[in-house]
Write a protein that binds this ligand. Structure first.
Ligand code: HEM
Length: 148
């Protein structure tokens, strides 16, 4: 795994100030749909330039992220039950995440969302709000600023 060696950068914007995604999303997708969405995200990450940051077993990694999204979207608190308090920024600190890595991650999520309405019944009208959440939350995962 690719471990960080550089100082930690803290985005000046501070922790994300963004509305949670709509509570209508979870009932439409169900737990299974959320796991499928995250499995698709990780398939795209697997093919992306940020692949080396992730562990060998992308499927298991996708399940950890899915547990988080289930609870974020108002489903059962799977992440806390299995892995403890989310503390997402802290959990991402071992990985050097810069603005470029964030863009790649977001682009992979966009691809996963593209056919999500047909594939898993993601309510189309809630995609923009979900996307806004990802955009704000992912900014807070950025912890590295390359020297310019
Ligand atoms: C900014 C771009 C991001 C990058 C490059 C990134 C990268 C990573 C990496 C390398 C891991 C470790 C893989 C593992 O061992 O599971 C990880 C884990 C995880 N990420 Fe991200 N991430 C990003 C943003 C986000 C965002 C915005 C969220 C949620 C809204 C998120 C949720 C998670 C979760 C839940 C885990 C599993 C944590 C654990 O249990 O250890 N990530 N991410």
């Amino acid at each position: 795994m690719h471990q960080r060696q550089s100082p930690i950068y803290t985005p000046p914007s501070g922790p994300p100030q963004v509305d949670r995604p709509s509570e209508e999303i979870f009932p439409a997708l169900g737990q299974k749909g959320v796991f499928e969405l995250l499995a698709t995200l990780y398939e795209h990450l697997e093919q992306s330039p940020v692949r080396p940051m992730f562990p060998e077993d992308m499927h298991t990694a996708s399940e950890r992220s899915a547990a988080f999204f289930v609870q974020l979207l108002g489903g059962p608190p799977l992440f806390n039950q299995h892995y403890g308090p989310p503390r997402m920024r802290q959990r991402h600190l071992p990985f050097e995440i810069d603005a470029a890595a964030r863009e790649i991650w977001l682009a992979c999520f966009d691809k996963a969302l593209e056919d999500a309405p047909q594939r898993i019944g993601f309510p189309e009208q809630h995609i923009p709000g979900f996307r806004r959440f990802l955009e704000a939350f992912s900014e807070w995962m950025v912890n590295h600023k390359p020297a310019s």
